[in-house]
Ligand binder design. Sequence first.
Ligand code: SF4
Ligand code: SF4
Length: 246
Amino acid sequence: MGNERRNFMKVLGAGLAVTALSAGTAGATSAGKKSAQKDGPRWGMVVDLRLCIGCQACTVACSTENQIPLGHFRTIVSSYEVTSGGRPRRYTLPRLCNHCAKPACVTVCPTQATRQRSDGAVVVDNTVCIGCGYCIQACPYDARFINPLTKTADKCTFCLHRIEAGLLPACVETCVSGARTFGDLNDPRSAVSRLLATVPTQVLKKDMGTAPRVFYIGLDEDFSGRVEGRQVLNPAGQAEHQEDSI
Ligand code: SF4
Ligand code: SF4
């Protein structure tokens, strides 16, 4: 078990203990004495592009963990050959649902199948989803798809089933270079909060006003709006690259 996982489980345990304590002493808590943990966790992720080597271990781990049908992905790592100012460059960009604080997908859903939980995770209730696809069109990040098995909207859940068991999301657990850090944005001691406090970060398509909770270290400003594209794993399990230019 790695240090990151041990720390996450320790922090999760502390968060749950505080949540339980808060619930048990709700009436006794005096107004004005709000702890940073009183509102419970607010999950987020930091992806350090300086560390990502584009190996797709996260893509495969996510697909296996969540039993995603072939040809669809809850997280992908796209590689782009970009020519900017006459200079060719390569970008590797891991992507997933940003669990936006202001999610465009929630407001358009006619059945409230898509909703945001109090911990910030944006989820789909596939017993209520009618598969209309409005959310897919509304998401500026190409983060959703219609699952061909359930015929309902599908996307990253931050592996909530793992988080609630004290585990990290599969993509974080599997990342060979430690490029993905996950944790509680409400806890200033969490690894994600410490990264956000000490290292400059960017989000994708900031101008959309969706307030993503997936943050990037080392995201080129020229590239921050470029998230369209399809990830296809070829039969050898290697990602096919998309070429593009700014
Ligand atoms: S990235 Fe897309 S699917 Fe995820 S919360 Fe934001 S708008 Fe919704
Ligand atoms: S596809 Fe499902 S989750 Fe998306 S807008 Fe339609 S009903 Fe809502």
